[in-house]
Design a binder for this molecule. Structure first.
Ligand SMILES: [Zn+2]
Length: 353
């Protein structure tokens, strides 16, 4: 039942302040399971957010003008805006779960929107394994500016853990937290030991063609989708060779798992996860053509859970390289991944009931 509550709106506005942005509308939506609050803004805003049991803070980077009172609905009890910290606080009368907060950029005739999804029902906690590729004596690709793949994957991995765990429904296990060497098999072992729900391996590619750029996503397959994917799998699998492990017998394992129906379902689920990731990336980030490819990646095999390998860009490309080393871009990437994963699990929950 949707009911209305009188809004207690505390506004402290200094009128001598020039605002470049304004909150013009606040809307609600609900499909029973999921509740949505949409904040309409005149311009796209940079913000951070914090989620508490009955409260969400949206902390804007720049002051926001709020010149009218908005009606609150549903379980939103009050909204307050603290001018000093640019903090918009949404207070709920019930405990909220499964929050997903993201920005939809301004389009022609459509306001910029901050979307806040939440549920009032507690769901089973999901375990996400984030695998920062390479590490230690295995530096991975060496970038055009001498940046090492292993450092970039670790930074994004740590950011992902931080971002995911703002949402109490997620537990993130990193396969490595430091600059250490880890065999590919140890990475999958960590996933199994932790009863993981999904597995995401982070990488950054290198290509002789320096113009090649963009994000690509890989799932496991017996036969590679194309030559580049096959070559990439060989490069990524080489990680173990550094430690003197022969992968030749593992290839047959990759082949045989495809006959297993449960594995087939896992592969379908992995492809679905890729679709959610592409959807989340496509508007703001650069994607490689034919974004989803497949090959025999050792780190993805022997897992019974949806698993993807994400190449975050090309370290051989100037633009990608510059982006990948900035924290701003790393955060953006992490936020998009978190959003995609949450949407993926929401879809799963809805369709598996
Ligand atoms: Zn790699």
């Amino acid at each position: 039942m949707i009911y209305s509550l009188k809004l207690i709106f505390l506004l402290i506005i200094y009128f001598n302040q020039a605002y470049s942005n304004e909150l013009v509308n606040l809307r609600f939506g609900s499909n029973g399971e999921k509740n949505r609050i949409v904040l309409d803004l005149i311009e796209d805003a940079s913000f951070d957010h914090k989620v508490y049991s009955k409260k969400i803070d949206i902390i804007f980077k720049k002051p926001i003008k709020i010149s009218k009172n908005f009606k609150t609905l549903n379980n939103l009890q009050s909204i307050t805006y603290d001018k000093k910290s640019n903090n918009l606080q949404l207070n709920f009368n019930k405990t909220i779960f499964s929050t997903n907060i993201y920005l939809l950029k301004k389009k022609k005739n459509v306001h910029s929107r901050i979307v806040i999804d939440y549920s009032l029902k507690k769901k089973k906690r999901k375990t996400v394994i984030i695998d920062p590729g390479h590490g230690g004596k295995d530096s991975g690709a060496v970038g055009i500016f001498k940046n090492l793949e292993k450092n970039i994957t670790l930074k994004v991995g740590i950011l992902l853990k931080e971002r995911f765990e703002k949402n109490t429904n997620y537990r993130v296990v990193l396969t490595r937290k430091k600059d250490i060497f880890l065999k590919l098999r140890s990475r999958t072992k960590i996933a199994k030991e932790n009863n993981a729900d999904i597995f995401i391996s982070l990488h950054a590619d290198y290509n002789r063609n320096r113009r090649a750029r963009g994000i690509s996503l890989y799932t496991l397959s017996e036969r590679a989708s194309d030559k580049e994917a096959a070559a990439l799998a060989r490069r990524e699998n080489r990680s173990d060779l550094i430690d003197g492990i022969d992968l030749s017998d593992e290839t047959s394992e990759v082949t045989s798992i495809l006959l297993d129906l449960t594995k087939r379902d896992t592969l379908n689920q992995s492809s679905l996860l890729v679709k959610f990731l592409i959807n989340s990336f496509k508007n703001d980030l650069n994607l490689l053509q034919r974004t989803h490819r497949s090959a025999g990646f050792a780190v993805l095999k022997s897992l019974n859970i949806p698993s993807v390998l994400l190449e975050m860009g090309y370290l051989s490309n100037k633009k990608d390289s510059r982006l990948l080393i900035t924290e701003k871009y790393q955060r953006k990437l992490a936020d998009k991944i978190v959003s995609a994963v949450i949407n993926y699990f929401d879809w799963q929950d809805k369709n598996n009931e």
